[in-house]
Design a protein around this ligand. Structure first.
Ligand code: PSU
Ligand code: MN
Length: 303
């Protein structure tokens, strides 16, 4: 077998040596999810939130064909400012390593790298899912099948309201992926606390979520789980306010024949324009909120 090109930052290596809790962070949110310079400031602030909670942040990306677990500020700046960084998922992660490319990791690719690094907890904004119109386009994020396969707990604010949320929840159930609402009976829709869909499970304490993760392992169940953490009320954009902007952004993506990996970044950036930047403010708040919860769950896993 080929040996795995993987490097740990000094901070992450020290946490590994001391068996401290580590929280993985994805990098597609930096390269394709947020504009510069908010992408850099958010990435750095999110890392600090995890440190404040007593855990070690590990932002993951591929740089020149190497999986970097834990990035320096300079590496984050470098990723954030270039526009030739690949958006990597399960299908092309190995390609980037062999071809010596640089790429950011989506939820799916971050889960794969985290599992290789022995990290069980991962904080992000929103997980990919079944797109509206998937019955025509077949556009279903590889994030969903990754949750079914790879043993990492993904803390998110649910899935973006631009997706087909009922179909996404159906598919997660079929795949055997637990979807656990943190302190909520309703599945959150990223910018909004409500989606109109019930959350399949609810737990109110980070320690209980850690216990659920351990129980699945005890049962011998493969795969990860999704923790759905609603955006704080003071930062949310209500569902009915988002919907017309979402429809307009998706219509525009269809008219311009945007497809494949480009759909999610295109729609996110269009929604930011249509909401006059408000969606970005909410996006930043929810990622920070998820980082805090993920650190608490990671602490619970070590307890
Ligand atoms: N949510 C965000 N910003 C993002 C993403 C999700 O707020 O940039 C990224 C994540 O990396 C996720 C990916 O894994 O979009 C899903 O892309 P796709 O729909 O092409 O599978
Ligand atoms: Mn897709």
């Amino acid at each position: 077998m080929a040996s795995l090109p993987i490097k740990f930052s000094a901070e992450v290596q020290a946490a590994r040596d001391a068996s401290q809790p580590i929280v993985a962070l994805e990098s597609t949110i930096i390269t394709h999810g947020m504009p510069y310079p908010e992408n850099v400031s958010t990435a750095l602030e999110v890392e600090d939130i995890i440190r404040t909670e007593g855990a070690c942040p590990a932002t993951i990306a591929i740089l020149d064909g190497v999986i970097e677990v834990g990035l320096t500020r300079e590496q984050i700046e470098h990723l954030a400012q270039r526009d030739d960084i690949l958006k990597l998922s399960r299908a092309d992660l190995a390609y980037a390593l062999v071809a010596g490319k640089s790429g950011s990791t989506t939820v799916a690719a971050t889960m794969i790298c985290a599992a290789q690094a022995g990290i069980e907890t991962f904080a992000t904004g929103g997980v990919g899912g079944v797109h509206r119109g998937a019955e025509e386009s077949f556009d279903i994020s590889a994030d969903l099948q990754e949750l079914a396969k790879t043993p990492v707990m993904v803390v998110s604010a649910g899935v973006k309201a631009l997706l087909d949320i009922p179909k996404t929840l159906e598919l997660l159930e079929t795949l055997g992926v637990p979807v656990v609402g943190f302190g909520t009976d309703e599945f959150p829709a990223f910018w909004s606390r409500e989606s109109g869909e019930a959350c399949p499970m609810r737990l109110d304490e980070p320690e209980q979520i850690a216990a659920l993760y351990k129980m699945r392992a005890t049962l011998g169940l493969e795969g990860g789980m999704m923790v759905a953490n609603p955006v704080p009320a003071e930062s949310e954009i209500p569902r009915n306010e988002m919907e017309s902007d979402i429809i307009e952004a998706i219509d525009e993506a269809n008219r311009r024949n945007v497809s494949g990996k480009d759909v999610t970044p295109f729609v996110l950036s269009r929604i930011k324009e249509l909401t006059n930047g408000e969606s970005l403010v909410t996006n930043i708040a929810l990622v920070k909120n998820n980082a805090k919860l993920a650190a608490r769950i990671a602490n619970g896993l070590k307890a």
